[in-house]
Design a protein around this ligand. Structure first.
Ligand code: ADP
Ligand code: MG
Length: 322
């Protein structure tokens, strides 16, 4: 590791140490903004901030990967710079591109004004004012409120060449714009990379990062999330909802419900004035939980009711001590 990288690490560590002294401090910070993190996620975040290393968060859709980056940024008072990945994402959309139209106008104006000096014109049109900064470049610029949070969301959707590029940019927190020069972050951003694991991310990139597998929450934690995000749900109903959703996650469905669906379901059931789960309420609101016709069909014909009976029996055997 070279001295410069060390220097950068030091910078990040200084900035973040001011706010976060230990793992519980991280958990409390997220809690303030309504995010319920367990010990292992709080520890991963804490270490990522302290060591100045990107955090690579992998997990199923809907487990709270994107949300944790958003909440981290807002609770630290930093700006969130989000790079949503997709197939075909290229450097022009991720880092920078030239404002071609504005350059053309400049050229026309120069021509109309009778400018003959070609190289001066070229210098003119490749000036910073014609540069359109995309997320990666923006994240390297100084920010008055402190280094931003750069969220590289759903990296598994981007192509492998983009991954290689990202690795390079994250290795020394700099990018080179040939016409202008190298832009290097004075204080590097806090980087969170997420993947839904539709494909494996290359080892080289993972090695640059701290890795954390974000699982579905435990029942207790999901109840806490419901208390936070759908606070008017009666507690018995919340227990039934959480227990039911957990059963669905254990089934072989095309797409099982995430935490967002749990919250939506609670809100939907409240709208239907349900105080407890019953077969009609469950089947009428199934479209909040399951978004594929095949899955919904699977649950029709008694299956939904069977799960409900299981949930009720289990909760009766294990009454809440709250
Ligand atoms: N630990 C949590 N605490 C509070 N809300 C959460 C938590 N995990 C998930 N959520 C809720 O679930 C929603 C979906 O999470 P999201 O971050 O979009 O999932 P992912 O990015 O992993 O697909 C969020 O908008 C948030 O409301
Ligand atoms: Mg997401």
């Amino acid at each position: 590791m070279n001295h410069e990288t060390d220097f950068h690490r030091q910078k990040i560590v200084e900035v973040n140490s001011q706010v976060l002294s230990d793992v519980p401090a991280v958990r409390a910070l997220l809690r303030q903004e309504g995010y319920i993190a367990d010990d292992s996620l709080s520890t991963a975040l804490f270490l990522s901030l302290k060591l100045g290393r990107p955090l690579f968060l992998e997990g199923e859709a809907g487990v709270g990967k994107t949300e944790v980056a958003k909440v981290l940024a807002s609770s630290l008072g930093r700006s969130l710079i989000r790079l949503q990945c997709y197939e075909g994402l290229d450097v022009a959309s991720a880092v920078y591109e030239w404002n071609y139209q504005a350059q053309m106008i400049q050229i026309r104006l120069a021509e109309a004004g009778g400018v003959k000096d070609q190289s001066a014109l070229e210098q003119d049109i490749f000036a910073e004012k014609f540069l359109i900064e995309r997320p990666v470049l923006r994240a390297l610029r100084p920010h008055a409120e402190g280094p931003p949070v750069l969220l590289v969301d759903e990296l598994d959707r981007a192509d492998e060449p983009f991954e290689a590029f990202l690795l390079e940019a994250l290795s020394d927190f700099q990018v080179t714009v040939p016409e202008i020069g190298t832009v290097k972050a004075a204080a590097p951003p806090i980087v969170i990379i997420t993947s839904n694991r539709t494909r494996e991310i290359h080892d080289a990139l993972k090695r640059r990062c701290l890795y954390h597998w974000l699982d579905y929450p435990t029942a207790d934690r999901e109840l806490e999330i419901l208390a936070e995000k759908a606070p008017n749900t009666p507690s018995e109903l919340s227990r039934q909802i959480v227990s039911y959703v957990r059963k669905l996650r254990g089934m072989d469905l095309f797409k099982v419900p995430g935490v967002a669906e749990t919250i939506d379901w609670a809100n939907a059931l409240m709208q239907l004035n349900a105080v407890a789960l019953d077969p009609a309420a469950v089947s009428n609101s199934m479209g909040v939980l399951l978004k594929y016709q095949d899955d919904i069909q699977r649950m029709a014909g008694g299956e939904a009711k069977r799960l409900l009976d299981e949930v009720k029996a289990e909760l009766a055997a294990n009454p809440s001590n709250a």
